[in-house]
Write a protein of this length. Structure first.
Length: 340
């Protein structure tokens, strides 16, 4: 077979596979993946293991304390139930409530007058009210009560008249100074000194522009105070004075030193008569004081909520609303973490 130059002659055999040229396939560019919209993406909550650990620790400690209170025979809960609603204890509780109510009202009224004297332009009033506050905040309450209880030893009679002159009215101090009167007067004098600072701080917290606006309208001083200044001051006076009121409830236990059998005095007397029931009797007094202070705290919340109208855009939620919101938040958080 002849060959021509530059021309390949095939012998009829198939060329090897490696010799077959394959055409190049152009690469297809990948289409960009569009991200999901934010509304379709699942939000993963931030894990907070420390919060759950602290919650478990607190619950375990609370359960241990409750278990110790319930199972420890030293507390004698059967005797606690026996004494809790006994007429003797309830009579002492009534005296505690009476002394607290009278002292709180008189102490607040006296505190308002003393605070106005401290803010007065009269230098004599300022000096006298400052001296009163300084004196009764310095003397311990138990010393004041014992001093008033023995006041009749210093002054047999009290008179009202011209100094160094004739007396128009004369009182027998021994007849007026009953145990209840001594307790109420002593607590009121002490409470007025502290309440005056609370009221004075509340009045000073009112913006000066309110005073200037009321004065520009030509309103009388008394009307300015009762209708403009004092209602605004009550927002800051209320929480501070409630602290004083709670302290006053506990301070009534000192009237035992002036022979007035309030709640604590009754418990002390019953403990002396029944020495085996000292612990349950102390628990009775503790629980009653807890009930009283809790009731005052509830009243404080709603009073603050009332005076918050107009000062905040939304009223603070009630404790029941907070509890429902907290339970709902815990349930929603648990569902989110379970779905991850």
């Amino acid at each position: 077979m002849s060959e021509s130059p530059g021309i390949a002659v095939s012998s009829g055999a198939a060329p090897p596979a490696e010799a077959i040229a394959r055409p190049a396939v152009p690469a297809v560019p990948a289409l960009p993946v569009e991200p999901k919209p934010l509304a379709a993406q699942r939000v993963l909550p931030l894990r907070r293991p420390g919060r759950w650990i602290s919650t478990v620790v607190v619950l375990v400690l609370a359960a241990q304390i409750a278990h110790g209170l319930v199972t420890n025979p030293f507390y004698q809960w059967d005797r606690f139930r026996y004494w809790f609603l006994r007429p003797t204890v309830l009579d002492g509780l009534g005296i505690t409530l009476e002394v607290t109510a009278l002292s709180a009202v008189l102490g607040l009224l006296g505190g308002i007058l003393i605070a106005l004297g401290r803010l007065s332009g009269n230098p004599v009033l300022r000096a006298v009210t400052w001296l009163y506050t300084w004196l009764f905040r310095s003397v311990p309450l138990v010393v004041l009560l014992v001093f008033l209880y023995n006041f009749s030893a210093l002054y047999k009679t009290l008179s009202l008249g011209v100094p160094f002159g004739p007396a128009f009215f004369t009182f027998d101090e021994s007849k007026l100074a009953t145990d209840m009167a001594v307790a109420v007067v002593g607590l009121s004098l002490n409470e007025a000194a502290y309440a005056s600072e609370v009221v004075r701080g509340g009045i000073l917290s009112v913006d000066q522009g309110q005073h200037e606006a009321a004065a520009a309208l030509g309103l009388p001083k008394g009307y300015q105070f009762t209708r403009i200044v004092f209602p605004q001051a009550l927002r800051s006076i209320t929480p501070n004075y409630v602290n004083q009121l709670i302290g006053l409830i506990k301070a009534t236990s000192l009237v035992f030193y002036v022979s007035l059998l309030d709640l604590f005095g009754t418990v002390q007397m019953m403990g002396s008569t029944y020495p085996g029931d000292i612990v349950p009797l102390l628990l009775v007094a503790t629980v009653w004081y807890l009930i009283l202070t809790s009731a005052v705290s509830v009243v404080q919340f709603y009073v603050e909520r009332y005076f918050a109208r107009g000062a905040t855009r939304a009223l603070p939620p009630t404790p029941l609303q907070k509890l429902r919101a907290g339970i709902g938040e815990l349930r929603a958080r648990a569902r989110r973490e379970a779905a991850v």
